[in-house]
Design a binder for this molecule. Structure first.
Ligand SMILES: Nc1ncnc2c1ncn2[C@@H]1O[C@H](COP(=O)(O)OP(=O)(O)OP(=O)(O)O)[C@@H](O)[C@H]1O
Length: 280
């Protein structure tokens, strides 16, 4: 039998400090005209990690992303970015913070009337990051990084497939070299192969650029592939007032056999009693 292993001794400076959070939600409550969506939600995302946020439709995942970039203000609690409380920042300071985020929207949200080049150049131009020759290098480099062929920059979004549009959306979000990428259901509507391409790109972005990632998804393959950590939210309407809204906060491999049946049901995609509940 192996001898029991001793706990590693702390180094001369004591146990290692946990990495500093870059995005932090502290005791968040969010209501829309007396309709509560989030309650007592606290999440700290360390620099360089990828967090996946999962949960049923309507539980508040997109609201969470909007709170993180100050597009919504919480009813209670504080949102911090790099130790700055967003609630204390003026419009200029908030815009400076937003510049450090990239956002890949559900439907890629490209400007239909602009070429692919101008779509990707949009953020850097708005923030006057580069002169035109440097901008050209950055735009073409980002398009290459997401695996789009040379010449695509002259096309319009309508000429592209869904998977190509999603990759242009990612190239556009990465054109400002963000420290944090927010992905809202990045694989929705894509075939399994293109979904995996997007998952690979999320992973590569974290590994090569050390970008912190926050991924809202229903796709458990995305979770398995990209998440360092997973938070599962539950809809408030299904919880008692004293129950925490975060059902799970941990590594992805602890999801499958979690003791809470609500977590297992979601992860395995089982309807359970839900159809009869919906029929009333
Ligand atoms: N600006 C708003 N005004 C009023 N209600 C809102 C607003 N934004 C979101 N909500 C409500 O908040 C709840 C959570 O919405 P949210 O979009 O965050 O859900 P979700 O978990 O992302 O859902 P899905 O998985 O379907 O995208 C919903 O009931 C929605 O109607």
């Amino acid at each position: 039998m192996d001898a029991p292993q001793a706990a590693p001794a702390p180094g001369p400076a004591g146990p290692a400090e946990p990495p500093r959070p870059i995005v932090e939600l502290a005791g968040i409550g969010m209501e829309f005209r007396q309709h509560p969506v989030l309650r007592g939600v606290s999440i700290a995302v360390p620099k360089g990690q990828t967090l996946c946020v999962i949960g049923e439709s309507g539980c508040g995942k997109t609201v969470l992303l909007k709170l993180m970039i100050g597009l919504l203000r919480p009813t209670r609690g504080a949102v911090r970015f790099d130790d700055n409380d967003l609630g204390t920042l003026d419009t200029y300071e908030l815009n400076q913070v937003r510049l450090r985020f990239g956002f890949l929207f559900q439907m890629a949200a490209l400007f239909d009337s602009l070429s692919i080049y101008d779509n990707v150049a949009f953020g850097p131009r708005e923030h006057r990051l580069y002169d035109e020759s440097m901008l050209r290098r950055v735009v073409l480099e980002r398009l290459r990084e997401v695996g789009l062929p040379p010449g695509i920059e002259a096309k319009k979004p309508a000429e592209l497939s869904g998977g190509q549009r999603k990759r242009v959306g990612l190239a556009r979000a990465l054109a400002t070299d963000p420290e944090v990428m927010l992905y809202d259901e990045p694989t929705t509507g894509l075939d399994p192969i293109m979904s995996d391409v997007i998952n690979e790109l999320i992973l590569q972005t974290q590994r090569t650029k050390h970008t912190t990632g926050i991924v809202v998804t229903h796709d458990m393959k995305t979770v398995t592939k990209v998440a360092d950590r997973v938070v599962m939210l539950y809809p408030l309407s299904r919880l008692r007032p004293d129950e925490p809204q975060i059902l799970f906060d941990g590594p992805p491999d602890a999801l499958e056999d979690h003791p809470d049946p609500r977590v297992r049901q979601f992860v395995r995609g089982e309807a359970g009693e839900r159809l009869s509940e919906l029929r009333g």
